[in-house]
Design a protein around this ligand. Structure first.
Ligand SMILES: *[C@@H]1O[C@H](CO)[C@@H](O)[C@H](O)[C@H]1NC(C)=O
Ligand SMILES: *[C@@H]1O[C@H](CO)[C@@H](O)[C@H](O)[C@H]1NC(C)=O
Ligand SMILES: *[C@@H]1O[C@H](CO)[C@@H](O)[C@H](O)[C@H]1NC(C)=O
Ligand SMILES: *[C@@H]1O[C@H](CO)[C@@H](O)[C@H](O)[C@H]1NC(C)=O
Ligand SMILES: *[C@@H]1O[C@H](CO)[C@@H](O)[C@H](O)[C@H]1NC(C)=O
Ligand SMILES: *[C@@H]1O[C@H](CO)[C@@H](O)[C@H](O)[C@H]1NC(C)=O
Ligand SMILES: *[C@@H]1O[C@H](CO)[C@@H](O)[C@H](O)[C@H]1NC(C)=O
Length: 448
């Protein structure tokens, strides 16, 4: 299967990672690096054509969609498969890992780690030493044996017991994750806790995370992942002290007037730094298997001058939609997508371009973005609580090849996912402090 990649090995052991920051009040502004910006280790210099760039965006969106759906349906292989198998080989892990990178350090002395932010994600892990097959470009990796502040967990610790059964403590008093790759060969890693620092602010105390050893992603340029809300036991939102309420907000910025300016700075704010501005919409906590996600209630969608009739069958009812930081495209359930696409076509009064062979894009028109922008309809999405998300046309359509402008949405058989393009240049805040009332804040006028 796809994991049998040409580069030897088994998939990185993904580690579920508990994060219990000692005090979220010390948290601050965290700079997020757009994966396609020149600062990003994943930056690919201009060699790629416009069509290649957008094909990659499509591909990694689809790969994440499939990964997330697999996780939600409990199909993630033996807990640690980072992404669904289907698209991994083609896309490569670093192609699909997420859209925003954040830097932090682990250990004493500190080792710099670059990880993908995954707001809806359910785990945090990092690649550790030894990693015989890792690319040397990765630079030094965290090695728990060299950190004076690292500790392991015993098999009877709460953190270890919280790991789904069957994968830990194989003949050892140290909490260890074990997984099998596609060939049934076991790989493993440790549950570790160590000092974590973000932007120079250090957090002491139990910051447990998964530390993968004998793994070998081939081009692991961002060998860590930070899941924020996806799992009761293994993500940040649920591991904070009751006394340190959990809130966060983000601003994903893009300069639509100057699209090649990839280094526009995006931000994540945690704890007291979170910006809870604008109107709020109730979020439903939706358990799915071992994971969970926070779902707003979609109330309406307008395409151009038409208000769509959003029936329950079409949208999927409660718990069928969520915001993600890890796919640029927005995915809608197939019948819902079909309605949006046909309404866009109707409202645009433009001939739809026939689909090309091997073309990933579902709806395209003939012309540059500039040619067509006057014809293409706007979209407005509204959520319970009279929260409206009016989208700019740059968030909905893009010229994915010269003279060809396509809708930045695609269908899914799973849940509806609001991608990063739809979230650009808006402050989006999560207030998860009260179990009785989880809230999503959307500020359509400001960012950060
Ligand atoms: C599983 O791991 C073994 C040992 O690293 C490797 O030889 C084998 O190719 C791997 N199988 C797959 C499907 O990745
Ligand atoms: C980011 O963009 C600014 C201009 O907006 C430029 O001065 C700066 O050098 C860029 N940084 C990188 C790392 O490319
Ligand atoms: C038990 O864990 C320790 C600490 O990581 C490791 O050095 C040792 O090899 C493990 N033993 C077994 C049998 O897995
Ligand atoms: C958080 O919880 C830990 C352990 O339960 C406790 O030691 C610590 O004092 C708490 N922190 C705050 C800020 O309440
Ligand atoms: C919306 O669709 C449902 C089911 O097709 C239909 O019963 C209902 O009348 C429609 N509502 C409007 C306002 O068109
Ligand atoms: C769906 O969510 C709304 C509030 O957002 C709530 O009033 C309603 O009861 C929920 N429906 C179900 C079936 O859970
Ligand atoms: C697209 O537009 C160009 C220029 O207007 C035209 O020459 C070409 O035939 C059109 N292509 C299709 C497939 O309609």
């Amino acid at each position: 299967m796809a994991f049998a990649s040409t580069k030897s090995a088994s998939l990185l052991l993904l580690l579920f990672f508990l994060v219990a920051l000692p005090s979220l009040s010390h948290q601050q502004h965290i700079r997020l690096i757009d994966r396609d910006s020149p600062e990003s280790p994943l930056f690919e210099s201009s060699a790629a054509t416009l069509a290649d760039k957008w094909r990659r965006i499509h591909r990694r969106s689809v790969a994440y969609r499939d990964h997330f759906q697999a996780v939600m349906e409990g199909r993630r292989k033996l807990l640690s498969t980072p992404l669904a198998a289907e698209n991994l080989q083609e896309a490569g892990f670093d192609q699909v890992g997420g859209e925003y990178l954040m830097e932090f350090t682990i250990g004493t002395p500190p080792v710099k780690v670059t990880g993908m932010l995954d707001v809806a994600g359910d785990f945090i892990w990092t690649q550790c030493e030894p990693c015989p097959n890792c690319s040397p470009h990765l630079g030094p990796l965290y090695d728990p044996s060299k950190s004076s502040t690292s500790t392991t967990f015993s098999c009877s610790s709460f953190e270890c017991l919280a790991v789904p059964p069957g994968h830990v403590c194989r003949g050892n008093e140290t909490c260890r994750y074990v997984r099998k790759n596609e060939s049934g060969v076991e790989t493993n890693g440790l549950l570790i806790s160590d000092v974590l620092a973000i932007d120079g602010v250090t957090y002491f105390g139990k910051v447990p995370f998964g530390c993968g050893n004998d793994n070998s992603f081939s081009t692991r340029l961002a060998p860590a992942r930070v899941g924020l809300t996806g799992n009761e036991y293994f993500s940040l939102a649920f591991r904070s002290n009751n006394s340190t309420p959990f809130t966060f907000s983000h601003c994903f910025r893009k300069d639509f007037d100057n699209p090649s300016a990839g280094n526009t700075s995006s931000e994540l704010h945690l704890g007291k730094e979170a910006r809870l501005n604008g109107r709020s919409s109730p979020l439903t906590l939706c358990p799915k298997g071992r994971n969970r996600f926070f779902s707003p209630t979609l109330l309406g969608m307008g395409v151009g001058t038409r208000a769509l009739n959003l029936t329950r069958e079409l949208v999927g009812g409660n718990c069928s939609i969520f915001f993600t930081s890890s796919t640029p495209l927005t995915f809608l359930k197939k019948p819902f997508f079909d309605l949006v696409a046909s309404t866009v076509t109707e409202q645009a009064h433009l001939p739809e371009l026939p689909r090309r062979a091997n073309d990933p894009w579902d709806l395209c028109f003939n012309g540059t973005f500039q040619d067509l922008v006057g014809y293409l309809p706007k979209i407005l999405v509204s959520f319970d609580g009279e929260v409206a998300l009016p989208l700019w046309k740059e968030q909905i359509y893009a010229e994915v090849d010269h003279g060809r402008t396509c809708l930045l949405m695609a269908p899914t058989d799973g849940d509806n996912m609001i991608g990063t393009y739809f979230q650009m240049n808006r402050n989006i805040g999560y207030d998860l402090r009260r179990k009785s009332e989880y809230l999503l804040y959307l500020d359509p006028d400001h960012c950060g």
